[in-house]
Every structure is written in C-alpha cells, then in structure tokens.
Design a protein around this ligand. Sequence first.
Ligand code: UGA
Length: 441
Amino acid sequence: MKVTVVGTGYVGLVTGTCLAESGNDVTCVDNNPAKIETLNAGKLPIYEPGLLELVQRNRHDARLSFTTDLRTAVRAARLIFIAVGTPQSEAGDADLTAVFAVADAIGAALKDEPPGPPGSRVVITKSTVPVGTNKAVAGRLAAAGCPHVEVASNPEFLKEGAAIDDFMKPDRVVVGVRRPEVAEVLRELYAPFLRTERPFLVMTPESAEMTKYAANAMLATKISFINEMANLCDRLHADINDVRKGIGHDQRIGFQFLFPGPGYGGSCFPKDIEAVIAMGRRTGLPLKLMQAVDAVNDDQKLVLFGKIAAHFGGDLAGKTLAVWGLAFKPRTDDIREAPALTLIDELLAAGVKVRVHDPEAMENVRALYGEKLYYADKPYGALEGADGLAIVTEWPEFRNPDFELIRRLLAGHVVFDGRNVYDERTMSQYGFTYYGIGRGK
Ligand code: UGA
C-alpha cells in the first residue's frame, strides 16, 4: 500500500520504517529540512537500536523515502499517518497545534480530488491525542473541502529503546474508526505484524484515543505505587526487592512495571498524566488518583538527592559526585524529564561538583549544562576523586562493573543506587556503604 507518514520523530520514523519493512511503499514527511537532510544522508536524528539498519535497507530497496514535500506525498498515498509531536501546553493539555496544522495541510492537498469509495483515502492519527481529536481533525478536513476523507485513530504503544520490536510484535493493535471499511484497510496493513494471533481491536475513535491514555495512566500508576511502597520499606527496614517478588507471583499483580526507581521520565508518561488530569478538569471530574500519581513522581525524583544529602550530614558544598546514567532509561539518548536532570540540578544548587557518564545521552546533556559538569567518555572516568557514585539509569554496562576499580577510583566509598542494580551484601563485601531505593535505609 502507498503510505505517507507525517512527522519523523520516534513514532513516525519507527512506524514508517516498519511499514516499509513489511512491503509497503512509504514516504516520510517532515517540515524540518535539516532532519530530512540527515535521513537522506542515511543517518538518524535519534538513537534507537536496530532502526538505522532498517532505514538504510528500506531506502536502498526504494520502499522508504524522505521529503519535505507534504503535498505530493499526501496526494500519492492511500493511508496518511499523522505522527507529529503533541507537547504539553501551559494548561497541561496536549498542544494540538502541529496535528491541526498537518490536518489543514492534508485538506489543502486533497481538496480538489474527486471522492473515492470508503477506505480509499484514510488519515490516521498516531500521535497521542486527547479524546475528541479524531472528530476535530475530521471537522477540519471537511471544512477544507475533503468531507470524503476518513479519519481513523490508531494509538502507538511502542517503548523507546525497544520500539522496533514493539511495532513488529505488538501485544495488540487498536484502531478507532467510524466505518467498518476503514477498519478492514488497517487490518490488511497490520496483518503481517499480527501473525502470532495478536488481537486487532476495533472500536470508536473516542475509545481508541482513551485507550492510549488509560494504558499509560495504568503503567505510571504502577510505578508510583511501587515507589511509594519502596519509600515506606526504607522507613520500616523492609526490602522492596523481596516485597516486589512477594507480590509479583500473584498473577493478578504480576512483575511488570513494578521496579522502584528515581521516578518515571521520558516524553510520554509525565506529559500524558498531565493531559489525563486536564481532560478530567475540562469535564468537571477531578482525577484524584492521577494527581497523586503525578505528585508521588515529582517527590520520587528527589529521593536519591535526599539520601545523598542525609549521608553527608546535609553539607554537600565542595563535594564531588559521579553520576552514571543520564537518559531517562537505558537504550536511548532521550533526556526529556529524566530523573538524572533533577538530581544534577539539586547537586549543583548544593554546591557539588558533578562528573557524569552515559553511553548515549552525553551530547544532549552537554547541550543543556555546558561547562557546569565534567563529562567522562568512559564510566570509570567519572569516578576519579569523587566522594560517591549515584546510579540513575540501569544501562546494562553498569550491572557488572569492576568493583575493585571503582573502589580505587572513588575517594569516598559510597554508592547511591537509584535503580537497585546492586545489593547491600555484595557492596559491603567490596567495602562500600550502599543505599538503594526501598532497601531498608
Ligand atoms: C511508554 C510506554 O511504556 C509505552 O507503552 C508507550 O507507547 C510510550 O510510553 C508512549 O506513550 O509513547 P517509554 O516512555 O518509551 O514508553 O518508556 P518506558 O519503558 O515505559 O519507561 C518510562 C519510565 O518509567 C522510565 O523513566 C522508566 O525508568 C520508568 N520505569 C519503568 C520505572 O521506574 N519502573 C518500571 O518498573 C518501569
């Protein structure tokens, strides 16, 4: 099928590339010429494991191309995905400026086309958009002279760092449509990814839009729940890692997304929880649970700093701290809403010298902090002379380090483990004072 994807961020690029990989003829559009230039030079504007190889192969096989020419790409396509950003507005809502601008541009591109049979031209919203956006996009297309163009909602559930796999082997595909013919076109498009009997769920656009928010709201709730339990464990000298296992074996609870840490970050959860709260506010329904999830997370981002300050008796001025892990999670260079940034801000404000290392996110952090930090190319380089080490992101390379070397390099033998990658027993054998999250102190 001829597919156009507008927006070459994480979602757009992964969607376009994976749809090309399954044999479709895909054009990706962006209004940022620098991004298109990068992609046409065979490079990626983001880091995502496995994506570069797929982009290069599909470009080589002429199934994938990149352009700034939205009009031509839209007119040539049967399916047009909108995958542009929906950042948080001042009021907490998702800002739909980019989505509507693209809808208007699609309308302008298609307005003089004669209408075809149902399903012959479908605009699909992939971006995370508030409930009601499908209707608003359809309204704009109709106002632009394209009442015949169908609008479907097809939320994306991919995780950064595992995006290709999530797209290729989805737990489910959700589509929101007003006509069954449109669902059938999308069922055909997704069939190659659903061969292991994964469900293709058809519902109204409103339910599809809500599904995306409900999924992220549930996941964020699990994280804030376990973080709150972890903080209580600290005060009661229980170990959250044992408690986590103790509850996870109950199949109604399960193990997934119950890892305590320094709070959730990234481009999705923080923004989507705010957007859910805003939807509640707009409809006169205060969402108390969502507000609590958000508040717990804000506090959680300060927990590691609290442990560091307490360890040094509240006096941090002139100390040096090494920080391992800056991206909001492993296998990405994304630092949006990353808990490491909150920690760094607190440390700098307390007069601490900060030495950082991350396998992928260093350039993004340097762009924010400039010379305020020391950037170590290698993990061990960050440790030299530091009074302690804080781990904020659980990159695999931090899991089995050379503890002897760490002890030799660190001036102060204390580790603040924001992801519980180590344990008290091993660390004390190597002579470290150890703090985890919810490990009993
Ligand atoms: C999240 C969802 O997992 C995806 O399903 C969704 O499609 C995506 O948002 C989106 O809306 O686009 P992502 O933000 O890439 O994906 O990352 P996650 O792996 O979900 O991690 C989010 C945050 O939660 C990270 O800061 C991570 O460290 C934290 N987390 C996750 C925990 O603190 N504990 C856990 O047990 C799991």
